[in-house]
Design a binder for this molecule. Structure first.
Ligand code: DSN
Length: 420
C-alpha cells in the first residue's frame, strides 16, 4: 500500500488511487538503476502532498505580489538557509521548477541570444540544456561543445581549453548526465579564467554526493551552480540555483519575473525537508555507500566481460558499452526491465548508432543504496543483469521471469519509503 495512505483518493477516484498504488508496488518489486532516480523519504512525500500547493507566491520573501505569505515566506527562507549551509554558498534560489528551467535562468541572467556558450556534447555525457543543438539553448545561442578522449573515455580538458581560448564563450558549463568520473572543477575554473568566461557547474547528478562529502565541491571554483533536487540529493522533483554574492541578483531576476510565475510551495517544503535530511551524518554514510556500491557493481560487471566507458566509475553512475556483447542498448534495457531491473539505454561516446537505438546502457546506484542494498549484493546484481541480457538476446521469456522472481524475493527483505 502507498504510504502516506490515500484513503480519500481511493474513495473519490479509485482509478487514480489504483495507479498510484500500482506504481508504488512496481517501485518496491524492481531493482531501480536509473542513475537520476531515487526513493524520497516518507517525510518528503508528506511535505509534497500538503495544502501549500494551494498558494500563489510570485516574488521573493518580503516582496510578493500576492497577500497571505505569513507561512510561505519563512518556509522559503528556511529552505534557502538550509541550502546555503549545506553547500557553503552565499546565495540560494529554491524556486526553479526543475533542472532545465534552472539552466535557462543562467542563460537569461548572464548571456544574450547569439552569444557563444560552451558545454559538454550530449552524446559525450552532457545535458540538452548545455547548448545542445536540438534544445532551445542550442537554437538561441551559438554552441561550441567539448567531449571525452577516445582513449580514456574521460573529459578532454585539453580540447575544452583549446575551444574556450579560440571561441571565447560567455558561459562554460561543466557537469552532465552520463559522466562516470570525478569532475575536475579547479581545472574548469582555470579554463574559464583564461577564456574570460563564467563557469557554471551543473551538479544535478552529484549534488547528494557533494553534500555527503563523496565528491569534491564546485564551490570556490564555479561562481554559479545549478542542480536538481531529486537525484542523489534525494528530494522532491525540483531545482536550485546556488551562487556567490556577486551573481545572486541576476539569477533571482531571471527565475522571477524572467522565466517563472509562482513557485511550487509544496515542493519548497519538501526541498527544505530533504536538505535537512542531507545535513545529517547518516546522509554522509549514504553518499559514500552510493559510490561504494557503484564501484563494486562496476567491478562485478567488468569481471563478466562488460566494457565500461572510462573503465569504471568514481561516482554513482556506470555507462556500459554493449557492442562487444552483440546486443544494442535498447533491447538490453527492455529485457532488463522485463526481468525486474530498470535502467535506460544511452549513447556512448563516439556511438555509431542513433540516440533512440544506441550502443549502451546507463545505470546508477542512488536508489538501490537508499533501499539498503550493499557492496555484497553487487556481484549477484551483475549476475542477474548478465542473465537478463543474455536471455533477452535469445528471446528466453522464461529466464527473464525467473530473474524477476528472484529479484522480488530479495527485495521483499528491503523496506521502501512510500510503501507500507
Ligand atoms: N533526466 C536527466 C537524467 O536522467 O540524467 C536528464 O535530464
Amino acid at each position: 500500500m502507498h504510504e502516506p495512505a490515500t484513503p480519500h483518493l481511493a474513495t473519490t477516484d479509485p482509478q487514480v488511487a489504483e495507479l498510484v498504488s500500482a506504481e508504488a508496488r512496481r517501485q518496491f518489486e524492481k531493482i531501480r538503476l536509473i542513475a537520476s532516480e531515487n526513493y524520497v523519504s516518507t517525510s518528503v512525500l508528506e511535505a509534497t502532498g500538503t495544502v501549500l500547493t494551494n498558494k500563489y507566491s510570485e516574488g521573493y520573501a518580503g516582496k510578493r505580489y500576492y497577500e497571505g505569505q505569513q507561512v510561505v515566506d519563512p518556509l522559503e527562507l528556511l529552505a534557502i538557509g538550509r541550502a546555503k549551509a549545506l553547500f557553503g554558498v552565499d546565495h540560494a534560489n529554491v524556486q526553479p521548477y526543475s533542472g532545465s528551467p534552472a539552466n535557462l535562468a543562467v542563460y537569461l541572467a548572464f548571456a544574450e541570444p547569439g552569444d557563444t556558450i560552451m558545454g559538454m556534447a550530449l552524446p559525450a555525457g552532457g545535458h540538452l540544456t548545455h547548448c545542445w543543438s536540438v534544445s532551445a539553448t542550442g537554437k538561441w545561442f551559438r554552441s561550441v561543445q567539448y567531449g571525452v578522449r577516445k582513449d580514456t573515455g574521460r573529459i578532454d580538458l585539453d580540447e575544452a581549453r583549446d575551444i574556450a581560448l579560440r571561441e571565447r564563450p560567455k558561459l562554460i558549463f561543466c557537469g552532465g548526465t552520463a559522466i562516470p568520473r570525478t569532475i575536475d572543477f579547479p581545472a574548469f575554473a582555470e579554463i574559464a579564467r583564461e577564456a574570460g568566461a563564467l563557469l557554471v557547474a551543473d551538479i544535478a547528478h552529484i549534488a547528494g554526493l557533494i553534500a555527503g562529502g563523496a565528491h569534491p565541491s564546485p564551490v570556490g571554483h564555479a561562481p554559479v551552480i545549478t542542480t536538481t533536487t531529486h537525484k542523489t540529493l534525494r528530494g522532491p522533483r525540483g531545482a536550485m540555483l546556488l551562487s556567490d554574492a556577486e551573481h545572486a541578483k541576476p539569477l533571482d531576476k531571471a527565475v522571477f519575473p524572467g522565466l517563472q510565475g509562482g513557485p511550487h510551495n509544496h515542493t519548497t517544503a519538501a526541498i527544505a525537508v530533504a536538505l535537512g535530511e542531507a545535513s545529517t551524518p547518516a546522509f554522509q554514510d549514504y553518499a559514500h555507500a552510493i559510490v561504494a556500491n557503484a564501484k563494486a557493481l562496476a567491478e562485478a560487471l567488468t569481471e563478466r566481460g562488460y566494457e565500461l566507458v572510462s573503465g569504471g566509475t568514481d561516482n554513482h553512475l556506470i555507462l556500459v558499452d554493449l557492442t562487444n556483447k552483440g546486443i544494442a542498448g535498447k533491447p538490453a534495457a527492455k529485457a532488463l526491465d522485463r526481468a525486474g531491473i530498470e535502467l535506460n539505454y544511452n549513447t556512448v561516446p563516439f556511438d555509431p548508432r542513433k540516440p533512440f537505438d544506441p550502443s549502451g546502457i546507463r545505470l546508477g546506484t542512488p536508489a538501490i543504496t537508499t533501499r539498503g542494498l550493499g557492496v555484497a549484493d553487487m556481484p549477484k546484481l551483475a549476475e542477474w543483469m548478465d542473465r537478463a541480457i543474455t536471455a533477452g538476446d535469445g528471446g528466453d521469456e522464461a529466464a527473464l521471469d525467473t530473474v524477476a522472481a528472484e529479484i522480488r524475493e530479495l527485495l521483499a527483505g528491503y523496506p521502501m519509503p512510500g510503501w507500507a
